[in-house]
Design a binder for this molecule. Structure first.
Ligand code: BES
Ligand code: MN
Ligand code: ZN
Length: 507
């Protein structure tokens, strides 16, 4: 794990391989920047005059350390918007550290947490910078056997200056927490990036058990026979096409008061989604190994909750299955009897996520949860609606949705609400069963949520569709190509700020 120190006084006096300073695009230069300019014989002001560097967001200027104790200097632009939240620092820290890893710099000193942002305290600024460095440094490289020396070097040590009057011990605590959280995100990323040949439902269950053992969570795995005995008909329908049997992963964190109703997190765990008999087209089918990203987010959030000792009772439920076509696969036209007793007509075997979630939501009732949030790469339609920059949130309880939206803003894992009006339910009317599993061409993200809503009746429930955000296909400052771990930071932020008074019963 990266080592983090919190500095005091002026960052200019540190002997370091690299000094990183954040620079606003404003006309007014900070005292620190003026001091730096003097020490570098006017190189900074010349860069401004020639417009080589102006402090635009994520713009970078590299300079030699000159007479300073630092070997090199990196200025990173912050732009001019102080109101956009801590994500600005996360991204700046991410792009700087990516550059430094290429330069083989293993440790640096950085004043980014000193940047004054509207409504963001020093603890959150320290956390954002650490997350930026840790998350941009992630890479799934365990299967790269050649030229490992050419891989970028990881950052081993980081010293942060936050300015202001915040207590050192508070900032150190924030730093430790940010490292723990980042590790949980990377744990989720590892699960998402794991290839399908390795990642059976049993593998996912094993990973949950190992993680639970390390962190002190309770873990229970329901295997196929047990699922049959209990009547998980919808989940078993999806699973029956694969030779690798299903598992239901249940993780518990008891951080709250004994007897307090838990928060239930439910995550879609389709380890590979070929579509089943309603086979998907070949293009990009490889990416469907990420169809358990909701489950990974839930496992990551539980891991973080345990390590951070969050004062809340939590249960994580991940139905893990594989959706393949085969001689034993379920077919379009099949009617499944779900755990709830409701019957489902399957008109497309590729709409499998909602089937396994239906049973998982029903199972969640056993825990009498105060609220349930499910997380799923549920619909391609979500990519059409929101693209890759936000996830959809829908639900039956407005204060829960509001709290999730706020957590999304704070964490930078953005959510956007879609409506769940009763009209949409009509699109799911079946001729032969209580409900069908597809709702026609239009409003696919909403009709999928409307399907889930049938199984969330009476629960205080929200659904996150992360189909567009779970996988990064080009690489961003804090998210290299592949699984993003989306949802871990969002859920932990939600749990930290949750207002239990706002949980209400719904009808
Ligand atoms: N796992 C997919 C959704 C998905 C698509 C996630 C692209 C990430 C990227 C889901 O199981 C699925 O196949 N949904 C279908 C539903 C349809 C058959 C009603 C879809 O979106 O096409
Ligand atoms: Mn599918
Ligand atoms: Zn799927």
């Amino acid at each position: 794990m990266m080592k983090v120190l919190i500095g005091k006084g002026s960052p200019l006096e540190d002997k370091t391989a690299c000094l990183v300073l954040g620079v606003w695009e404003a006309a007014q230069r900070s005292t620190l920047l003026q001091e730096l300019d003097e020490a570098l014989a006017g190189k900074v002001s010349r860069a401004f005059e020639t417009k080589e560097f102006g402090g635009k967001a994520e713009q970078i200027l590299e300079l030699d350390g000159g007479s300073l104790p630092a070997e090199r200097i990196v200025l990173v632009g912050l732009g001019s918007d102080r109101g956009g939240g801590a994500d600005l620092l996360r991204r700046a820290a991410g792009s700087v550290s990516a550059l430094l890893r290429q330069r083989k710099v293993r440790s640096f000193v950085c004043d980014l947490p000193a940047a004054e942002l509207d409504g963001v305290d020093a603890r959150s600024r320290v956390a954002a910078v650490i997350e930026g460095v840790a998350l941009s440094g992630y890479r799934y490289d365990r299967y790269l056997t050649k030229d490992r020396d050419a891989l970028p070097t990881p950052i081993a040590e980081l010293k942060l200056f936050a300015g202001g009057a915040a207590k050192l011990s508070d900032l150190e605590a924030a730093a430790t927490e940010a490292l723990i959280l980042s590790e949980a995100v990377c744990f989720a990323r590892d699960l998402v990036n794991a290839p399908g040949n390795l990642k059976s439902p049993a593998y996912l269950a094993d990973q949950a058990e190992f993680m639970a053992e390390e962190t002190g969570l309770e873990c229970r795995i329901l295997e196929e026979a047990e699922l049959e005995r209990r009547g998980f008909g919808a989940m078993l329908g999806v699973a029956q096409g694969s030779a690798r049997g299903p598992r239901l992963i249940v993780l518990e964190h008891r951080g709250g008061t004994l007897g307090d109703k838990p928060v239930a997190l439910v995550g879609k765990g389709v380890v590979f989604d070929a579509g089943g008999i309603s086979l998907k087209p070949g293009e990009k089918m490889d990416e469907m190994k990420m169809d358990m990203a909701g489950g990974a987010a839930v496992m990551g959030a539980l891991m973080a909750a345990a390590r951070l000792k969050l004062p809340v009772n939590l249960v994580g439920i991940v139905p893990a299955v594989e959706n393949l076509p085969s001689g034993t696969a379920y077919r379009p036209g099949d009617i499944l009897t779900s755990l709830s007793g409701k019957t489902i007509e399957v008109l497309n075997t590729d709409a499998e996520g909602r089937l396994i979630l239906a049973d998982a939501l029903t199972y969640a009732r056993e825990f009498e949860p105060a609220l349930v949030v499910d997380v799923a790469t549920l619909t391609g339609a979500c990519l059409v609606a929101l693209g890759q920059h936000a996830s959809a949130v829908l639900g039956n309880e407005d204060s829960l949705i509001q709290q999730l939206l706020t957590a999304g803003e704070r964490s930078g894992e953005k959510l956007w609400q879609l409506p769940l009006w009763p009209e949409y339910r009509k699109q799911l009317k079946s001729d032969f069963a209580d409900i069908k599993n597809i709702g026609g061409r239009y409003g696919g993200t909403i009709t999928a949520a409307a399907f889930l809503q049938e199984f969330a009746e009476g629960l205080n429930w929200a659904h996150l569709d992360i189909a567009g955000t779970a996988w990064e296909d080009s690489g961003r400052p804090c998210a290299p190509k592949g699984g993003t771990g989306f949802g871990v930071r969002l859920l932990v932020d939600f749990l930290r700020h949750r207002l239990p008074e706002a949980d209400t019963e719904t009808d």
